[in-house]
Write a protein that binds this ligand. Structure first.
Ligand SMILES: [Zn+2]
Ligand SMILES: [Zn+2]
Length: 267
C-alpha cells in the first residue's frame, strides 16, 4: 500500500529529505521496505523556509521508496529510521487539493484529525491521482566521484600482499551517506564507545565522524556504497588514528586491538 509521509520544515525528527525518514513506531506497519511513498509538506509556518519549499500551501513535492528500516539506537521509545531510496523530486508543487477536493481520500471516521498524522497510508488510486499532477525531475543522482588521483584525501595502502588499495574520505563527506550511516550505526564510536553528547552535552549532540571501511579499488568503478557494511561511525580521535599514516589505513579490528583505554563513563 502506498504511503504519504509528512516532512515539516522544523521538527524534532531527524529527517533528511530523500535520504532518511525518522518516525515513531506506531507508523511501522506502513513503512516497510519497498513501500512507495509520496512526500508532503503542510502549510508554511515560518516564512524563513519559503526559499526551501515549492509552495507555501500544503503540497506534495516528491516520490521515493522505503529502503531498509533500522531501530533508532538512541531512542527509548522505539523510534525508527527508514532509509529512503530513489527519491525523485517534483518540478512544481502538487497542491493537496484541486478546487474543493483533496487528492487524498479522507475516511469518514477521520474527518476531524486526518491531517494530524505524519504517515498516511493511501489507496493505489489516490497515489496514481497525485502522481498524475506531478512532473518528475530526474531521480536524485549521487554526485560524481572524482578521480582517485585528484583526491587529496585518498590514502594509498599497499600492505595487502602486492595489491594496492585506496582508502578515501570522499564517501565520508557525502551528506546522504553520512545521514544513512548515522541512522544505521548510531552516534557511539564503534571502536571506543565514545559519545559526543555524553561527553560534551547538548552542544555536541548528534556529532560523530563517518568512516569508510572498504578500499575504493575493490569497488571496480561505480558500485554503490552500502552504508550498513561499508561505513562505520567513529569518534574524531579514533578516526584520526585510522588515517594517521598515509600508506596504511587501519581496519576497525586493528584500531580496536591497539586501543588502550576507553574514555567514557558508562561504555
Ligand atoms: Zn573512538
Ligand atoms: Zn575515514
Amino acid at each position: 500500500m502506498p504511503v504519504v509521509i509528512v516532512e515539516n520544515d522544523t521538527s524534532q525528527w531527524e529527517d533528511e529529505t530523500g535520504s532518511v525518514y525518522h518516525f515513531p513506531k506506531r507508523y511501522r506497519p506502513w513503512l516497510s521496505t519497498g513501500a512507495e511513498v509520496i512526500y508532503y509538506k503542510g502549510r508554511i509556518k515560518d516564512k524563513a523556509f519559503a526559499p526551501t519549499r515549492l509552495s507555501g500551501e500544503p503540497h506534495y513535492f516528491g516520490m521515493a521508496r522505503i529502503g531498509k528500516v533500522y531501530a533508532d539506537q538512541s531512542s527509548e521509545k522505539g523510534d525508527l529510521f527508514a532509509l529512503i531510496e530513489n527519491f525523485t523530486p517534483f518540478e512544481r508543487a502538487v497542491p493537496s487539493k484541486t478546487g474543493d477536493e483533496y487528492l487524498e481520500t479522507i475516511p469518514k471516521s477521520r474527518l476531524k484529525n486526518y491531517w494530524r498524522d505524519g504517515v498516511r497510508p493511501i489507496s493505489q488510486a489516490d497515489y496514481d491521482r497525485i502522481l498524475s499532477h506531478a512532473t518528475l525531475l530526474p531521480a536524485q543522482v549521487e554526485p560524481d566521484v572524482p578521480d582517485i588521483q585528484d583526491d587529496p584525501l585518498t590514502f594509498i595502502s599497499a600492505n595487502e600482499g602486492s595489491k594496492t588499495s585506496y582508502f578515501g574520505t570522499r564517501y565520508e563527506r557525502r551528506k546522504d551517506l553520512r545521514v544513512k550511516a548515522i541512522a544505521i550505526h548510531g552516534l557511539d564510536c564503534k571502536a571506543c564507545g565514545f559519545n559526543f553528547e555524553q561527553a560534551y552535552g547538548d552542544h555536541a549532540k548528534a556529532f560523530i565522524h563517518v568512516h569508510h571501511v572498504v578500499p575504493i579499488s575493490d569497488f571496480g568503478g561505480q558500485k554503490a556504497v552500502n552504508p550498513e557494511t561499508d561505513l562505520v561511525t567513529l569518534c574524531a580521535n579514533c578516526h584520526a588514528v585510522v588515517h594517521r599514516k598515509r600508506d596504511m589505513t587501519l581496519s576497525l579490528d586493528e584500531l580496536k586491538s591497539i586501543l588502550r583505554g576507553r574514555w567514557v563513563k558508562n561504555p
